[in-house]
Design a protein around this ligand. Structure first.
Ligand code: NAD
Length: 345
């Protein structure tokens, strides 16, 4: 049961990427993003993603040299194509451009089509919040689509994440609401499978549509399905994430088959708002602080968490105590060191 310091993992992941000729600065950006996800408690989008990324590079579905390509540049509207490049790179580029536009216009609408995996979407909301901006993100996932629409019989949807970030100057971290529209993120099933654990009841169904707890139904044929959170509500929000995140930005919705490929494509629509420029909101810092305190006061033992609190707490703990990786996932990572595959020129 290995536990690792974050600094070791940053170095290890960077080295596995440079082994296959990924540029050192790109490798470091990707490694940092994956390690940060683990530090924030989202192992599902952390370092154990690397074997799949490298498999996608070797298969030609992830272009490690791609940069965000401008498709539209029209004032507060910006649109990019990610070209299957590292989401950690093209996502950061698109957000940086959006942040600059929101500073100019008070708002920016940023489309990102067909990036490779954008990872933990909260990272993008944190980037915007660090610049003082509210942000809203709708993303879809074009991969093997494991999620059953509400009352469906066959899976049709990705785990399509939704995220909102709100700067909260009165505390040391922003409010970040960030979740998959499936009841659990798909990669949580992969981690449970690797660790030999069952899933909580109510997350998956088997290939006959019957309730199940074995993660095998998401890992190997015949496949079952993941359920949306909140019945018709999560299912509806997932469809909206696909329509806004992909259809509207020029990205691939889930109806385009990608089931046998290693690559994971994300498309995302982000709306960035400068709250200081939104007329009528001059008292917003006080109101945000007041409302958050009001919700926390629901009980007097500080047990009510607000979005972003859990990640902030985990971060402090894991910086000190390290990051646990189950044996199977660590063996998959360690195997990369022994068999790096040369990146095609
Ligand atoms: P989750 O179920 O852990 O929910 C996380 C959200 O709930 C956070 O906003 C967190 O602050 C909040 N939260 C947690 N505990 C809370 C509590 N006790 N009280 C109040 N709020 C609480 O998240 P998930 O659905 O498993 O998603 C995990 C990650 O996976 C997210 O970062 C998401 O962006 C990412 N994801 C990415 C993709 C992709 O393709 N890139 C797809 C799906 C999910």
């Amino acid at each position: 049961m290995p536990t690792f310091q974050h600094s070791f993992l940053r170095g290890f992941l960077t080295a596995r990427l440079t082994d296959i000729k990924v540029d050192a600065h790109v490798a470091a950006v990707v490694a940092d993003n994956l390690v940060e996800s683990c530090l924030k408690g989202h192992d599902s989008h952390g370092v154990t993603m690397l074997p799949r990324y490298i498999a996608a590079i070797n298969e030609g579905g992830l272009d490690p040299h791609a940069e965000a390509r401008v498709i539209l540049d029209a004032g507060a509207l910006l649109s990019f194509n990610g070209g299957g490049g590292f989401g950690q790179v093209v996502g950061r580029q698109a957000m940086a451009a959006g942040i600059a536009r929101a500073a100019q216009y008070g708002v920016a609408v940023v489309g990102m089509a067909d990036a490779h995996h954008l990872g933990r979407i909260g990272a993008w909301a944190e980037q915007a919040a660090a610049a003082g901006l509210v942000s809203i993100h709708f993303a879809n996932v074009n991969s093997r689509s494991p999620v059953m629409p509400w009352q469906g019989r066959e899976p049709r949807l990705g785990t399509n994440p939704f995220c909102v970030g709100i700067p909260a100057a009165h505390q040391d971290h922003p409010l970040i609401l960030d979740f998959a529209t499936s009841i659990i993120a798909g990669n949580k099933a992969r981690l449970a499978w690797n660790a030999g654990q069952e899933l909580a009841p109510g997350c998956v169904v088997n290939d006959q549509g019957q309730p199940a707890v074995d993660p095998r139904w998401l890992m190997t044929e015949p496949f079952g399905a993941l359920l949306p959170f909140g019945q018709h509500k999560g299912s509806g929000l997932s469809v909206v994430c696909s329509l806004l995140g992909a259809a509207l930005t020029g990205g691939m919705t889930e109806r385009h088959d990608n089931r046998d490929k290693q690559r994971i494509l994300n498309s995302m629509l982000s709306i960035l708002i400068d709250p200081a420029k939104l007329g009528g909101a001059s008292n917003y810092p006080q109101e945000i602080a007041g409302m958050m305190a009001w919700v926390r006061s629901s009980r007097d033992d500080a047990a009510v968490l607000l979005p972003g609190d859990a990640e902030h707490e985990k971060y402090q703990q894991r910086l000190a105590a390290g990051i646990y990786i189950d044996d199977v996932s660590w063996r998959q990572l360690a195997a990369l060191e022994n068999s790096p595959r040369a990146l095609k020129a």
